[in-house]
Design a binder for this molecule. Structure first.
Ligand SMILES: Nc1ncnc2c1ncn2[C@@H]1O[C@H](COP(=O)(O)OP(=O)(O)OP(=O)(O)O)[C@@H](O)[C@H]1O
Length: 747
């Protein structure tokens, strides 16, 4: 099955060109141009949202005239805060959000750009979603294609914005959740949702839901571009959809760069295909709407400052080239002069062709860092965003003919099966009429009757079986079609939007995300690395990796594993979870719904079995008593309690400090003993020796007690054994030390 990426391109409109010409964009940092904050003709996200609320009811959206459906791409800019690393390096603010719509240069206040909305570093992703994405998602649920993508240089916050973490879920989980909420709030329609997830890595399209789907071809037909052979899964719940993303993320290419330990090395496109039709018996034969919502996490462009080599450099050049093509396409779309738009120059622009050429709503979220070290890159992003603002789109609802619609196919199949079932029922109760039987020979008749009874019995049994099979299939197909629990077949009232939906996520839904912001995790990482630099030989790599794993959450755990196993080619991933997952995903829509539900649960359990959700971790963290047992630690090293590990580190540190002090005392004692030997009558030397000895005894006691605490912290395991041995040798050392001190004192 193929995910279709919309219909064919149209030429840039003169209006877009005019609007662009009236606002020539600043080209270099030396340009002293100020762009008016309230640029005429630009539709703000607020207005888009209002429009989308009006559009919310189907009857109203259908009455839209063609002019009203014209919109511009919604362009927003999101600042991330300075990262702990940037703060540590003393970097300054180079760009900032001046109010809600303007980005200004700190050093040259006359350089400023206006956008639909500018989000400061403290804005939550949920707010970004409400302003910049919700109207695209609700539009897609109404049959209007939608594309949301995050664009920015590496480490500017694209993945944070699109995926987020468990504390602050990103646009993708929020959109998925919203889509299901909209279904629940739209009792007058029934829906069928399916997802696909692909990545473009080094200009190769890979199916993230199907490890066998490598190097897929992009094809084109009268309807637009599509990826040939990509796997699509019918989804039944937000948790189900998110578990598929989790499975897909495992195959995504990530790697460590100078700027981001977990840098996305590929562009990903998560596509939600939405079909809907009016719900109810009387609505049969009505048109089906089909739309696609593309949620895109682009790889970040890399500056020439990035000191990359080998694989990273190759990846970086592919990333930069495709983003450059994206920039060129957008420039040409908006300059009003170009007759040829080079969509074909990159896989990314080919797949985005339909969205960029104006078929459907588009929201571009440009992520930037305020930091001075990235000032030039930020400026380039701002110029790109400014150009993109002038792309004009025409958001119209897609109606499709029956045979293209999966929901229609299912509906028709359900209807046919029901008819068949009815016939079967009627067939079973049909009794042969007496007049049909010839009445010559009574014996023959009797024989016939007996034969007939046997045949009837066996037919009855067969038909019962067929009936059960039909019922099962009807049920399974019906389950794939999502209907609001508020729906009743007679409900034909147009839906009125209720108050704003606020989504809360269940634990399993976000299990695939890191439990907290990556920069905080990575800052710890840096601290870890800093200490590694100082004492490389003493570092326990396993412990470090374990700590990192626990802090990064599942998604990053998977990414780190991938990074560590090279570039993460699929063939190379032979681990238990990926292997099982990849083979077990049913290729829906034909798959049975029960399988899908089980699959979702299975995937989730696999995910939570192989690596902890943050909740598991924090549970362990909260309770000192909850220590992992032998097997737990032995098999699942990453699951060890963070607190325990931190505590052990702390205790070891204290031990080291005390041992250092004891060593100092020892050398002082040696010096004093020599002095005492030369001046046996000097009382104060003796007093000092006594004092030092007491001090050493006290410290030794403390060291021994710390050793005991370390041993207590660790359950019986190889770790415990190590620590126990360590403590034992420490105690032995202390004993020897004491003996030596005593000998010295005697001397
Ligand atoms: N708005 C934000 N608030 C707080 N932290 C953020 C924000 N945006 C990004 N970060 C943090 O900044 C770091 C880099 O973000 P992220 O990984 O999302 O960048 P990226 O643009 O996706 O990078 P790449 O292109 O290399 O994949 C992460 O540690 C993330 O947690």
């Amino acid at each position: 099955m193929a995910t279709r990426h919309g219909s064919k391109s149209k030429k840039p409109s003169p209006r877009a060109a005019a609007s662009n010409n009236s606002l020539s964009s600043p080209t270099t940092s030396s340009s002293q141009q100020f762009l008016e904050p309230s640029v005429g003709g630009l539709s703000s996200p607020a207005s888009s949202s209002t429009k989308s609320k009006v559009l919310y009811s189907y009857s109203e959206s259908l009455s839209l005239d063609s002019d009203r459906s014209k919109e511009n791409v919604t362009v927003t800019v999101r600042f991330r805060p300075l990262s702990p690393r940037e703060i540590r390096l003393g970097e300054e603010i180079a760009w900032y959000a001046d109010g809600d719509t303007i980005v200004r240069n700190e050093h040259n206040p006359s350089i400023a750009y206006a956008y639909d909305r500018v989000f400061g570093p403290t804005t939550t992703t949920r707010h970004v979603y409400d302003v910049a994405s919700q109207h695209v998602v609700s539009g897609a649920m109404e049959g209007i294609n939608g594309t949301i993508f995050a664009y920015g240089v590496t480490s500017s916050g694209k993945t944070h914005t699109m995926h987020g973490d468990q504390r602050s879920p990103g646009i993708i989980p929020l959109a998925v959740k919203d889509a299901f909420s909209i279904i629940q709030e739209t009792p007058s329609r029934e829906f069928l949702l399916r997802v696909s997830y692909l990545e473009i890595y080094n200009e190769v399209v890979n199916d993230l839901l199907n490890p066998a789907g490598q190097n897929l071809r992009i094809r084109e037909d009268s309807q637009g571009t599509f990826v040939e052979g990509i796997k699509e899964e019918v989804v039944l719940s937000p948790a189900h959809a998110l578990s598929l993303i989790a499975a897909g993320e495992e195959h995504r290419h990530v790697g460590s760069t100078n700027f981001n330990l977990l840098s996305s090395r590929s562009h990903t496109i998560f596509t939600l295909t939405i079909e809907s039709s009016p719900y109810g018996e009387s609505c049969e034969g009505e048109a089906v709407t089909l739309s696609q919502l593309n949620l895109i996490d682009l790889a970040g462009s890399e500056s020439s400052k990035a000191e990359t080599t080998g694989v990273r450099r190759k990846e970086g050049s592919y990333i930069n080239k495709s983003l450059l093509t994206l920039g060129t396409v957008i420039s040409k779309l908006t300059d009003g002069r170009s007759t040829h738009i080079p969509y074909r120059d990159s896989k990314l622009t080919r797949l985005l062709q339909s969205s960029l050429s104006g078929h459907g709503r588009v929201s571009l979220i440009c992520t930037v860092t305020p930091s001075s070290s990235n000032s030039e890159e930020t400026h380039n992003t701002l110029k790109f965003a400014h150009r993109a603002k002038h792309i004009e789109i025409k958001a119209s609802q897609n109606k499709i003919i029956d045979e293209k619609s999966l929901i229609k196919k299912y509906q028709t199949e359900i209807r046919c099966l029901k008819e068949e079932l009815e016939q079967l029922r009627r067939g079973i109760v049909t009794v042969p009429q007496a007049k049909d039987i010839g009445g010559d020979d009574i014996l023959l008749l009797k024989q016939k009757l007996e034969d007939g009874q046997v045949r009837l019995q066996s037919r009855l049994e067969q038909e019962e079986e067929a009936k059960a099979a039909l019922m099962g299939r009807i049920q399974r197909l019906t389950k794939l079609i999502l209907v609001s629990t508020k729906a009743s077949p007679s409900s034909r009232f147009p839906h009125r939007p209720g108050p704003r939906r606020r989504h809360s996520f269940g634990e399993e839904e976000l299990a695939y995300l890191p439990h907290r912001r990556r920069d905080l995790i990575l800052d710890d990482e840096n601290d870890l690395n800093d200490s590694v630099d100082g004492s490389a030989e003493n570092t326990d790599d396993t412990l470090k990796e374990e700590k990192r794993t626990k802090k990064n959450g599942l998604l990053n755990w998977l990414k780190l594993r991938k990074r560590d196993s090279g570039t993460g080619t699929l063939a190379g991933s032979s681990d238990k979870s990926s292997g099982m997952k990849s083979t077990s995903i049913p290729s829906t829509p034909q798959a049975e719904s029960t399988n899908i539900q089980m699959e979702a649960r299975y995937l989730h359990s696999l995910l939570t079995e192989t690596a902890p959700s943050a909740v598991n971790l924090s549970d362990v963290r909260e309770s000192e008593e909850v220590l992992p047992d032998n097997d737990f630690l032995g098999q699942e090293t990453p699951l060890t309690s963070i607190k325990t590990m931190d505590q052990i580190d702390l205790l070891r540190e204290q031990q080291k400090i005390l041992s250092g002090e004891v060593a100092l005392h020892m050398s002082a004692l040696k010096r004093l003993s020599e002095e005492a030997a030369q001046n046996p009558r000097k009382e104060h030397i003796q007093a000092e020796i006594r004092k030092l000895n007491e001090e050493m005894w006290r410290k030794n006691e403390q060291i021994a007690s710390l050793g005991k605490q370390i041993a207590d912290c660790i359950v019986p395991s190889h770790d415990k054994k190590d620590n126990f041995e360590e403590t034992q040798s420490m105690s032995e050392l202390m004993e020897q030390l004491n003996e030596k001190s005593f000998e010295l004192e005697v001397m």
